[in-house]
Design a protein around this ligand. Sequence first.
Ligand SMILES: *Cc1c(COP(=O)(O)O)cnc(C)c1O
Length: 225
Amino acid sequence: MSIDVRLRGILNRISAACEKAGRSESEVVLIAVSKTKTAEDVQQAVDAGQLVFGENKLQEGQDKIPVLSDELEWHYIGGLQRNKVRKVLGLFHVIHSIDSLKLARYTNNVAADMGLKPSVLLQVNIGEEVSKGGFNVEELRLSFGDLLDLSHVNIVGLMCIPPAVIESEDARVWFRKVAQLRDLLEKEYDVSLPHLSMGMSGDFETAIQEGATYVRVGTSIFGSR
Ligand SMILES: *Cc1c(COP(=O)(O)O)cnc(C)c1O
């Protein structure tokens, strides 16, 4: 199947999931995750109308972003090392993977130096897995005041990669926990956190039912890696 046919299929499934959840389609943004795929593959999705893309490595962004239309919106969704922050900020529009107070502070300083105020999401290690990055729930609740003090990052929400599950339905509990954490932080700190970045090829419909506003879909659009 071609990229444009697969893309249309995913957009239809997103509409159906929104309808089922009683949500407006305009609340959910599809991030087409083009990691390991070529700029030509991305261009095929652009030709089919897709404008929002995600990458998990700086190098891939450096290869693809400059050769494609500057109308595209790029989301950085991978683990972020400090020595990559400056270049990532120069290329990407939104960072989903701020996973510690230390990295947030560092990113804030670099953004200030560059005269930027990027939108960022805080990655939550919702399953408290040792193998995964992200804030633990308690850690995030304690650090959140300090995070809000950072004046050169705009914290717009939470991102998660839940523990691996067999059935997409089993991911629901994790998505719900992230949504509840968002609600709690909004209340405790009297702020608005409009975005929940959750749901991938195997479980984006469940994530939409639980409030996702960004779904990150790779394989189902671009094929297996
Ligand atoms: C690769 C990746 C995705 C997309 O996963 P698929 O299963 O291919 O849809 C989503 N989020 C992150 C953080 C990823 O690294």
